[in-house]
Design a protein around this ligand. Structure first.
Ligand SMILES: Cc1cc2nc3c(=O)[nH]c(=O)nc-3n(C[C@H](O)[C@H](O)[C@H](O)COP(=O)(O)OP(=O)(O)OC[C@H]3O[C@@H](n4cnc5c(N)ncnc54)[C@H](O)[C@@H]3O)c2cc1C
Length: 456
């Protein structure tokens, strides 16, 4: 065997499994294979001047490389079982929370100390929300911010590189079972190991599907979240964001009984584009550093779509809607709420007359030509409901960017140890379909590392 443990993917799942294994079992020979670049080499070429849109780099520096999809994220570690994944269904609620707290302690030791931990516990907002049929989910949120999140990753890498062998720009093509372990193939080269941890995240979803087919590992899937990113003056939500930073609020629509939820709140942040396989969608960022903050707050409003038989391609459905918005807007589309409810498109003149300055240059248009009626109706209903707890949300100038889509990986069949039917083959993080967040993905890495350390 070349290695005792091979980890595929250097996102939070891979990093924290490498961290914990190297702590508990320094005697083990561990290697991490990553399709993207080392952290210092991760640069997106879009500079807004010479390069304005995605040029389809071989390895996307936003999604791939040391730090995974989270490297340039807002670094919000939500410590909760209420959202961010269903890890607790496998390992139990207490264990899941304990592991998320443990990850938080590591982040603090590696550069995050001094950042704020927000909590919804015992706040007056829960009552205020419920009085208006809105449900504030329980969570503690560590907000590292894009800048500190990067420093934590730098420090973790500086430490890990002396204990673990990293192979960057080395996508793993295939995983096969061999006698007493696994063999991975990267181009012409092959490497063997006793134990293999697969942590390939969202960007590795198609690859993961293929590996599961080849190794006959069962999978299931059928969910996609579709919606818009809302942008408004930071003052409108400041009473919530100053105290909670991120509030996850769920609303059940009166018309259809659908659940609409807020997602990824960025106080004083900026709306950004995201390119997944050539499809441009919208997302948001914010910074801890006051000099990089804006006057606006943004968050997504998402409606979850679950499909039943015979339709199986929920991600394909989300992609088609995003493509439609790209077709009409040439990328991301933006509409004033006032224009949407009056049934007219936003145009450059109406945008110019607006009191709100957008943080993303997007094409003014008409989201009702893109989003299915049921989804749009749900979003409009929720905006009016939010207006009751944050007056100003339903102002005419509130901006809606479309579309925001949250794709989900298919769920891989694993045990409570996150081990597949193949002994010694673990699937963790977002690539497993079980987690959808930094804290859950990181916690899943610690969980498998402890199991492996206790066995080998
Ligand atoms: C813009 C953005 C902002 C976000 N903000 C937040 C936030 O504030 N809070 C939050 O909780 N979550 C956030 N998320 C989600 C969060 O980043 C993910 O949930 C988390 O990174 C998942 O970790 P992971 O290790 O499972 O996968 P990933 O982070 O996706 O890492 C997987 C790694 O595997 C590599 N890989 C894939 N296939 C292969 C292969 N075949 N061979 C080798 N390597 C491979 C990829 O290159 C990647 O580096 C954000 C995501 C994005 C894109």
């Amino acid at each position: 065997m070349n290695y005792d443990v091979i980890i595929i993917g250097a996102g939070p799942g891979g990093i924290f499994s490498a961290y914990e294994l190297s702590q508990l079992r320094p005697d083990l020979k561990i290697a991490v294979f990553e399709a993207g670049h080392a952290l210092a080499r991760r640069h997106c070429p879009i500079d807004g001047e010479k390069i304005k849109s995605c040029i389809g780099c071989k390895s996307c520096s936003i999604m791939s490389g040391f730090g995974g999809a989270g490297a340039f994220s807002d670094g919000k570690y939500n410590i909760t079982n209420d959202f961010g994944g269903t890890l607790y269904e496998y390992i139990g609620k207490k264990q899941a929370l304990d592991l998320m707290h443990y990850v938080d302690e590591i982040n603090m030791r590696y550069g995050g100390e001094g950042t704020k931990l927000y909590s919804t516990a015992g706040t007056r907002f829960k009552k205020l929300c419920i009085q208006h049929n809105l449900h504030l989910l329980n969570a503690s949120v560590r907000h590292l911010g894009t800048d500190i999140n990067y420093i934590v990753l730098e420090n973790l890498y500086a430490d890990l590189k002396n204990k673990v062998s990293f192979f960057f720009n080395t996508p793993v093509d295939a995983v096969s079972a061999i006698e007493s372990g696994y063999e991975i193939r990267c181009g012409e080269a092959t490497y063997s190991c006793k134990t293999c941890i697969v942590s390939v995240g969202r960007s590795g979803s198609k690859w993961m599907e293929r590996v599961c087919k080849e190794l006959k590992i069962a999978t299931k899937s059928n969910r996609v979240d579709i919606g818009v990113r809302v942008e408004l003056p930071a003052e409108v939500f400041s009473h919530l964001t100053d105290e909670l930073y991120e509030s996850k609020i769920v609303y059940r629509t009166e018309k259809y009984g659908d659940l609409v939820r807020t997602f990824c709140m960025n106080p004083k942040g900026a709306v950004v584009t995201e390119n997944t396989n050539g499809i441009v969608t919208v997302n948001g960022h914010s910074y801890e550093d006051p000099s990089r903050q804006t006057e606006n707050t943004n968050f997504a409003l998402l409606v979850a779509k679950h499909f039943s038989e015979p339709f199986k391609d929920s991600n394909g459905y989300g992609e088609s809607i995003a493509r439609l918005s790209n077709m009409l807007g040439g990328g991301v589309m933006v509409q004033r709420f006032g224009d949407l409810i009056r049934g007219r498109r936003s145009n450059p003149d109406r945008m110019r007359d607006s009191f709100l300055t957008p943080t993303l240059s997007a094409t003014p248009g008409d989201l009702s030509l893109v989003l299915p009626k049921r989804i749009l109706d749900g979003i409009i209903e929720m905006i009016y409901a939010l207006d009751k707890v944050a007056p100003g949300t339903a102002n005419d100038d509130t901006l809606l960017y479309g579309v925001e889509v949250k794709f989900y990986n298919m769920e891989v069949a694993v045990s409570d140890k996150l081990e597949t039917d193949h002994e010694g083959l673990y699937v963790i993080g977002d690539g497993s379909g079980i987690t959808h967040s930094l804290s859950h993905a990181s916690a899943s890495g610690i969980h498998v590392a402890r199991d492996i350390a206790s066995k080998s």
